[in-house]
Design a protein around this ligand. Structure first.
Ligand SMILES: [Ca+2]
Ligand SMILES: [Ca+2]
Length: 421
């Protein structure tokens, strides 16, 4: 048998130039494909194998390798732009013409439907095309509501319409209560009712208020007779005129005012994302929240509760109400200080405040005394009388006891928010 020149590549072999070595290898493949058992180099293949098989379907990735028979290159139709590969029969491989490079024709991934729309094997959250989606852990049992997108800050909360796929306003609450009070200002009038009930006189043996003395306490306003035992006093000093009692009347300027209860922080929870479990090992594939909403995923429940075991572990408590128990204390004044008594202290040598008057007009003033012309019987050395007339001076003042806030605005109706770290 002669060696026949193999025919040229088939009709489809538009890129048929292949070197000999490669052709021989392909020839072997072609022979096996045709069921021939012998191959000795002189074999002639007049009739190649079947035509190339088409590549994979147009919707799944890689095209199959087409094997050409009868010198006609197979024509692999690639899926997704991967060429099929045809092999020419009869010893010369036709170079398969690749698929036309047209993609499989699947649609773009819808990240919200639980279906692998683009047939890349990845559903929704698992598909890299779905970067705007994320897996949210399922809301735990026990009354927890979520997943939620959360905004917190001060000022007006943004609309849930801005929270990507969390359009429903689920909760609004607050933290950091501010319940100040503006209390009136206070002042104190001058002391009133200060009493000058007693005066003290010091009686000396000598005439210059020197040396040892005896002290006599005299009730204000009454002539008081007194005797001395050890000596007839020759001088007297007005020792003291202590003021007693009295009070200042507090004055209140303005009135208490209580600004509306305010909060440092406000929280808005948005929920109701389209439910979907696609592509998440656990939980739900939900839209990723958009700023200014935070990235943490949260669940909430009314009450101040511990967070459930699991992914939603970071607790914060907000409040939806307040009890306003604010008030202001009354203005007050301390006891008076700096008050004094003035008046006169008059002494006499008789016992009825009428003979040999000696008058003192200032506290601590010293004056000599005339000898008692009518000393009593022993053991007494003298019998005299004294009268103290005291009036309160206008000095003195009271410390202001200001009006201060009492009570407070107490947050009520707590809401517990538990979020992912
Ligand atoms: Ca999908
Ligand atoms: Ca996909």
């Amino acid at each position: 048998m002669g060696f026949h020149e193999p025919p040229r590549g088939g009709r489809g072999a538009t890129a048929g130039a292949i070197n000999r070595g490669f052709a021989a290898a392909l020839l072997l493949m072609a022979a096996v494909a045709c069921g021939r058992s012998e191959l000795d180099g002189s074999e002639t293949f007049d009739d190649g194998g079947a035509g190339g098989k088409a590549g994979g379907s147009s919707t799944s990735g890689r095209g199959g390798n087409g094997v050409a028979g009868n010198g006609v290159a197979g024509f692999g139709v690639g899926g997704n732009g991967v060429a099929g590969f045809g092999v020419g029969g009869n010893g010369v491989a036709g170079s398969g013409v690749g698929g036309n490079g047209v993609g499989g024709g699947g649609s773009a991934e819808n990240c919200n439907n639980g279906i692998d729309d683009d047939h890349d094997g990845n559903i929704d959250c698992a598909d890299p095309d779905c970067g705007d989606f994320t897996c949210a852990p399922s809301a735990p049992n026990g009354g927890w509501v979520g997943p939620l997108a959360i905004w917190q800050g001060s000022g007006s909360p943004p609309s849930c319409a801005n929270a990507s796929g969390f359009p429903l306003e689920v909760a609004n609450a607050n933290a950091g209560i501010k319940g100040s009070a503006s209390c009136p200002s206070c002042s104190c009038d001058a002391p009133q009712g200060v009493a000058c009930q007693v005066g003290a006189a010091q009686l000396y043996r000598d005439s210059t208020c020197a040396g040892a003395s005896g002290t006599l306490t005299i009730a204000q306003g009454n002539c008081t007779a007194f005797v001395s035992l050890s000596y007839d006093p020759a001088s007297v000093r007005w020792g003291s005129a202590p003021p007693g009692g009295g009070a200042c009347v507090p004055k209140t300027t303005g009135s208490a005012s209580f600004p509306p209860v305010a909060w440092d922080t406000q929280m808005r929870a948005c929920g109701d994302p389209t439910p979907n479990k696609g592509g998440c090992a656990a939980g739900t594939c939900v839209p990723r929240q958009q700023a200014p909403f935070g990235q943490a995923m949260c669940v909430y429940q009314r009450g101040d509760l511990p967070c459930p075991v699991g992914a939603y572990s970071v607790k914060s408590v907000y409040y939806t109400g307040a009890d306003d128990a604010r008030g202001c204390s009354a203005c007050g004044c301390s006891s008076p200080t700096g008050t004094t008594c003035t008046g006169t202290m008059k002494l006499y040598t008789d016992q009825n405040c009428s003979v040999d008057e000696t008058t003192l007009t200032n506290v601590l003033e010293c004056s000599p005394l005339a000898p008692d012309p009518t000393p009593p019987s022993p053991p007494y050395m003298s019998l005299r009388s004294v009268v103290y007339t005291g009036t309160a001076s206008s000095t003195g003042s009271c410390l202001v006891q200001p009006s201060v806030q009492t009570g407070a605005a107490i947050p009520t109706d707590p809401v517990t928010l538990c979020c992912t770290p």
